[in-house]
Ligand binder design. Structure first.
Ligand code: AMP
Length: 214
């Protein structure tokens, strides 16, 4: 199974892709995670990407294409993978199609995680990661016990650097301008599937699994 998860920042792509990974064994490949790792490791690529990421702009197409090529060539991606946050514009969608052609692969589905605009802001500004477990939480939506558990065990609820209101505004605009047109691109290709992603993590996951026929 090879799928692309499409959706605005805050639509829950990452959370759902991680659940699918745990259930099906196909790796979740997130260009955002790969880039954050490169920034943390202070690699040459990370240094190049940092300014664009801090501003909520897209990193250059060549950088992310190189990362994707390298990542899908790894053994664990042999039988399938879930792309999360890639492609993010028309050029990247065409680059991905070219890589698939070259490797003789087929894209099974592009799944649109559909969430009303007003819910996105709360999801993004409230998003936190537990420093101990890496668990994704939200100060508005997660059960209080889960938030308390992290802190009680000596962890911190960390906020992503680009989850502040100014950067979030720009990321949403970039999504509308650059990424949303891919909805029609994949609809025309006949592989678009839409999941209503305005519910609890469990509800959305059930719809996702149902939509993909898993
Ligand atoms: P994400 O975690 O997917 O929200 O990505 C965080 C940031 O990484 C984005 O705001 C971009 O700056 C950068 N990024 C992630 N994926 C891509 C991509 N496919 N193309 C360009 N920039 C990306």
């Amino acid at each position: 199974m090879r799928i692309v998860m499409l959706g605005a920042p805050g639509s829950g792509k990452g959370t759902q892709a991680k659940r699918l990974e745990a259930a099906c064994g196909f790796p979740q490949i997130s260009t955002g995670d790969l880039l954050r790792q490169a920034v943390a490791d202070e690699t040459e690529l990370g240094l190049k990407a940092k300014a664009a990421m801090d501003a909520g702009d897209l990193v250059s197409d060549d950088i992310v294409l190189g990362m994707i090529r390298e990542r899908i060539a790894k053994d664990d991606a042999d039988t399938g993978f879930i792309l999360d946050g890639y492609p993010r514009n028309r050029q990247q969608a065409e680059d991905l199609a070219a890589v698939f052609d070259e490797l003789g692969l087929t894209l099974d589905a592009a799944v649109l995680m559909d969430v009303p605009q007003d819910v996105l802001m709360k999801r993004l500004t409230g998003r936190r990661t537990c420093s101990l477990t890496g668990r994704l939480l939200n100060i508005y939506f997660s059960p209080q016990e889960e938030l308390d558990e992290c802190v009680k065990n000596g962890g911190e609820l960390l906020q992503r650097k680009d989850d502040n209101e100014e950067t979030i505004g720009n990321r949403l605009q970039v999504y509308e301008r650059e990424t949303a047109p891919l909805i029609d691109y994949y609809r025309s290709a006949g592989i678009l599937q839409t999941v209503s992603a305005d519910g609890s993590v469990d509800e959305v996951y059930s719809s996702l699994v149902g939509t993909l026929g898993l």
